[in-house]
Design a protein around this ligand. Structure first.
Ligand code: SF4
Length: 247
């Protein structure tokens, strides 16, 4: 029996996906078996993926991290999207005990005070719920694009996430924002009204601001931090564990 290691498996999958369109990429991944999970932040990229999953009735679990600090516009969009595509988006929320412990140690908005406090908040409100959302998953689909930031410039179509022991698939890796917007317009995809108000990337309300003309797409996320590679941790595996194939 030929044993394929997960890195080679991801490389082969990335190669296969590179030759398919978006619907083909998602259909192929959905057909691989196991639990396939798409985590949506309801951002414009994720809405394109959700539209394809809903339109083609693909057997992919659509989930979101309801951090408790989202914009009202984002919460409204969850319901609107479910209605438009007749799908269910499962909300994963933080544990109240974790929220209370965080608030006791750092204060409810302590994330402005230090990178450590910010990572702790993202850990409680995003990473722990993400771990529950991905429990038992074999494939994790994301809306990452190479053009979103310098930190994402090498995003592969597929990579092995050694920390979570699954294949991570990024079917929009090679799409640019113009292609995303054209798809949305051509297909009547509902999007967050905040995009039109200067928010190309939308996360939790206290940690997202509108960007100025010419700024990178993710400049409005945790804008008070200096680290150019700031992320919430969802897509930043431990150095030793993350094995990127391509992105
Ligand atoms: S983005 Fe901000 S509010 Fe949301 S989990 Fe991270 S630190 Fe907390």
């Amino acid at each position: 029996m030929t044993v394929i290691n997960p890195i080679e498996e991801a490389e082969a999958l990335a190669d296969k996906l590179s030759g398919l369109d978006l619907a083909g990429r998602l259909s192929f991944v959905a057909g691989l078996g196991g639990r396939v999970v798409f985590t949506t932040s309801l951002g414009i990229e994720d809405q394109v993926i959700t539209a394809e999953i809903g339109t083609h009735r693909l057997p992919i679990d659509v989930v979101t991290l309801q951090t408790g600090r989202l914009f009202k516009e984002t919460l409204d969009l969850i319901s609107e999207t479910e209605s438009q595509y007749d799908i269910h988006i499962t909300r994963y929320e933080p544990e109240q005990a974790d929220i209370d412990a965080y608030a006791a140690k750092y204060g409810m908005n302590g994330f402005y005070e230090s990178v450590e406090a910010r990572h702790a908040c993202c850990g409680v409100r995003k990473l722990k719920p993400l771990a529950r959302a991905l429990a038992g998953a074999t494939i994790w689909i994301t809306g990452l694009r190479r053009g979103q930031s310098a930190n994402r410039a090498e995003t592969p179509f597929a990579e092995y996430d050694a920390e979570r022991h699954l294949l991570k698939v990024n079917p929009l890796a090679d799409w640019d924002i113009d292609k995303i917007k054209a798809f949305v317009a051509d297909n009547g995809v509902p999007i967050n009204p905040l995009h039109a108000r200067g928010y190309p990337s939308i996360g939790c309300e206290p940690c997202t601001r509108a960007i100025k003309p010419g700024e990178p797409e993710r400049a409005g996320r945790w804008w008070w931090e200096q680290d150019e590679k700031r992320e919430c941790g969802l897509h930043v595996a431990e150095e030793a564990a993350a094995i990127a194939v391509q992105q």
